[in-house]
Ligand binder design. Structure first.
Ligand code: NAD
Length: 439
């Protein structure tokens, strides 16, 4: 019955343990900088980890138990902040790695939050809406003593959404008697959510890329892009890059992809086709008519979701899962720039290969921080009882992402290190500064 526990055990033995990788990334970056050994230990060890059992009455009267997790990695710079993921493979090491990356990410873009992450080992698609709500409310009752607007602020992540955040805010208010929308972010707009949160991660990534290219005096109009993953992040990124004049030539999802060497004409038409068919494969569009039979007419090719990473393009974007770029495919990457939009898409071995090939990797902790930046705007609006216009949210987001990009580029040039190492050094220096100012 408890399949989640079995998955957790097999995942522990996996070679690519995300927490071990996060620690190695951190250790390689801190070698380049002088930091207090006490702070190193604080960042290598989460402040608090919580694992809870969540017994649930199913609709058919039977009972099951699920495991829930919350990792509060570090709060030197502000309340713990990070998503809740509902997925069968959620476990403590994954939550620790993702919470650690949140601490780094929030410091890189300068929002006053620390890092947290968590979730439930469950496949929510196997639950009815009532079961999902009861499970979420049970999880909230267990989380209530350790979360709060000034303490730890969860948000949506894989398989969680605004409706789930609304249940959490409601249950938190009932349990604690201190109802406040700022206890979670990523809420629907009607319940205190921010304009622009849905688009924020993809849009933030497009700001980072455009700013970096501008600094290198490269014109987006001549640059080809291939994007792996066409969910929230990949689809908005594709839309904004296309709007900015990039030639988006390839897109993929878990079931396959499309490659149109002369450039995809309309991202919206492909999106509508995917919505209808449930997959991208075969979405070859001429105007708004998308059909597999158009393939020849537009000179397109069918590709697998792995092939997309090694196409002859200028920019490759992993925007799907962790560990997409490994030692197996890194040598075959032809792009000169990798824009990491997924969390942890490049393994350590792959990173070393890309460095030797002189490929620019724009790291996840910078590129995908647009989501948490707008979550911070939502939290701020809730606390001030304000509602900002979408154009204002986007203008603030652009400024924040561009300033962070400038900082990371500057540190990378000054220290002669990769952009990833520069991002880590920036974050660790900021956390160290906050530690000192709190003494
Ligand atoms: P999503 O579930 O909306 O979309 C994921 C996409 O990846 C889907 O199109 C899915 O079909 C595709 N996919 C899954 N397996 C694949 C495979 N093997 N090959 C190709 N495509 C595959 O998720 P999302 O919100 O877009 O998040 C994508 C990544 O970005 C995740 O790593 C997530 O942690 C990270 N991220 C998301 C946000 C956010 O605000 N949504 C913020 C920061 C980071």
């Amino acid at each position: 019955m408890d399949g989640a526990k079995t998955v957790m055990k097999t995942k522990d033995t996996q070679k690519n343990n995300p927490w071990q990788r996060a620690l190695k990334q951190f250790q390689s970056a801190v070698q380049q900088t002088k930091i207090d050994p006490l702070l190193v230990l604080q960042l290598e060890n989460p402040d608090r980890v919580m694992e809870v059992s969540l017994p649930l009455r199913m609709d058919d009267g039977t009972a099951r138990v699920f495991q829930g997790f919350r990792v509060q990695h570090n709060n030197i710079r502000g309340p713990y902040k990070g998503g809740l993921r509902y997925h069968p493979q959620v476990d403590m090491d994954e939550a620790k790695a993702l919470a650690f990356w949140m601490t780094i990410k929030n410091a890189v873009v300068g929002v006053p939050f620390g890092g947290g992450k968590g979730g439930i080992a469950v496949n929510p698609k196997e639950l009815s809406s009532g079961e999902l709500e009861r499970l979420t409310r049970e999880f909230t009752r267990k989380l209530a003593p350790i979360i709060g607007p000034e303490v730890d602020v969860p948000a949506p992540d894989v398989n969680t959404n605004g409706a789930i955040m609304t249940w959490i805010a409601d249950e938190y208010g009932k349990v604690t008697g201190k109802a406040h929308p700022a206890v979670v972010t990523g809420k629907p707009i009607a319940n205190g959510g921010s304009e622009g949160r849905t688009e924020a991660t993809g849009l933030g990534g497009s700001y980072v890329l455009q700013h970096l290219l501008k600094k290198r005096k490269l014109d987006p109009k001549n640059m080809t892009v291939a994007i792996q993953g066409f969910g929230n992040v990949g689809s908005y990124l594709a839309r904004y890059l296309h709007e900015a004049g990039f030639k988006v030539v390839a897109l993929s999802d878990s079931k396959g992809g499309i490659y149109v060497p002369k450039g995809i004409e309309s991202i919206e038409a492909v999106e509508a086709c995917k919505e209808k068919k449930g997959m991208l494969a075969g979405c070859y569009c001429i105007g708004s008519v998308c059909d597999v039979n158009n393939k020849k007419a537009i000179g397109a090719k069918e590709i697998s979701s792995d092939e997309i990473l090694t196409l002859p393009v200028d920019i490759v974007v992993p925007a799907a899962l962790e560990n997409a770029i490994t030692e197996k495919n890194a040598r075959n990457i032809k792009a000169s720039i990798i824009l990491e939009m997924a969390n942890g898409p490049t393994t350590l071995e792959a990173d070393a290969i890309l460095k030797k090939k002189d490929i620019t990797v724009i790291p996840d902790v910078l590129t995908n921080a647009g989501g948490v930046a707008v979550s911070y705007f939502e939290w701020e609006q809730n606390r001030k009882n304000e509602h900002w216009k979408k154009a204002d949210v986007f203008a603030r987001l652009q400024k924040l992402m561009e300033v962070a990009t400038d900082t990371v580029i500057r540190v990378s040039k000054k220290r002669k290190v990769s952009l990833r190492e520069a991002a880590y050094i920036t974050a660790v220096d900021r956390i160290a500064d906050s530690t000192i100012s709190k003494l």
